[in-house]
Design a protein around this ligand. Structure first.
Ligand SMILES: C[S@@+](CC[C@H](N)C(=O)[O-])C[C@H]1O[C@@H](n2cnc3c(N)ncnc32)[C@H](O)[C@@H]1O
Length: 249
């Protein structure tokens, strides 16, 4: 299924509201992962990026990209939505932060030559909003040998416990685990979710080596910046996110 046009429309429509609500938290400090803003310093997923060629898939307003560029990486941010990219451009202007190229395009059709990057990564970006069985081989293609694909997505636990009607994560199973794939986001827009087994098969099928699966655990009472959860410390008890670290041998 081609979700590119509908996802582009969705993100163009919600970009303003999304950035007003979430940008202060996402950009509160460099390298904060996911819905609970867990510092990469605690998780050690990305490592030193100095001098590395880095691609962020679905960079949004570019909070991550700017942080890595400021650390000395050569960063490219790609995103489907021109409104999101405008937000990234504005942020570069406002903060005077290190400038880096922004490219409009789809994670499942990367417009880069093979072997162009040492690190491809995202945080609820292209691996959440484009079909992983298309994006992972593209990411593997544009990685140089020894390069890494690192990405953070919602966990299957989070997805199957999400109660659509109540718009909150619960402690009961709300939907089937087997068959997790496309998640309708309205008007044809789609996000994607895989089972653990499907993630392993998609990553290995693209020739990547899985180095780690980090299940970040926020402390009790850590707020979720995006979703209502019941109980509030849901993610202290169950893994809400999967942070995969892989490399191309
Ligand atoms: C939740 S944001 C992730 C960016 C940032 N990490 C954040 O948390 O705001 C999702 C981003 O993915 C982008 N996106 C959606 N579908 C995409 C696709 N097929 N290819 C590239 N980017 C896409 C959206 O435009 C949006 O900017």
């Amino acid at each position: 299924m081609d979700s590119i046009p509908a996802n582009r429309r969705l993100w163009n429509r919600i970009s303003g509201t999304y950035q007003r609500k979430h940008d202060p938290r996402i950009g509160a400090a460099p390298r904060l992962w996911g819905m609970y803003s867990i510092p990469d310093a605690h998780l050690g997923a990305l490592g030193d990026v100095t001098g590395k060629r880095v691609l962020e898939l679905g960079c949004g307003a570019g909070q991550w990209s700017r942080a890595l560029a400021a650390e000395g990486a050569t960063v490219v941010g790609i995103d489907l939505s021109e409104s999101q990219l405008d937000a990234a451009k504005r942020a570069m202007g406002v903060t005077g932060a290190t400038r880096h190229p922004l490219v409009q395009g789809a994670a499942e059709q990367l417009p880069f030559a093979a072997g162009s990057f040492d690190l491809v990564f995202c945080d609820f970006g292209g691996l959440s909003w484009a079909p992983p069985h298309l994006v992972v081989p593209q990411a593997a293609r544009v990685l140089a040998r020894g390069g890494r694909l690192v990405f953070n997505v919602a966990s299957p636990w989070f997805e199957v416990c999400y109660d659509e009607a109540a718009a909150r994560v619960t402690t009961t199973l709300q939907k089937d685990y087997f068959g997790l794939d496309a998640v309708a986001e309205g008007d044809g827009a789609t996000s994607y979710q895989l089972t653990y087994g499907d993630w392993v098969r998609v990553l290995r099928g693209a020739g990547l080596v899985i180095d780690d699966l980090i299940e970040a655990r926020p402390g009790p009472g850590t707020p979720n910046g995006y979703n209502e959860t019941d109980p509030p410390d849901w993610a202290h008890r169950w893994p809400a996110e999967l942070l995969w670290t892989t490399h191309k041998p």
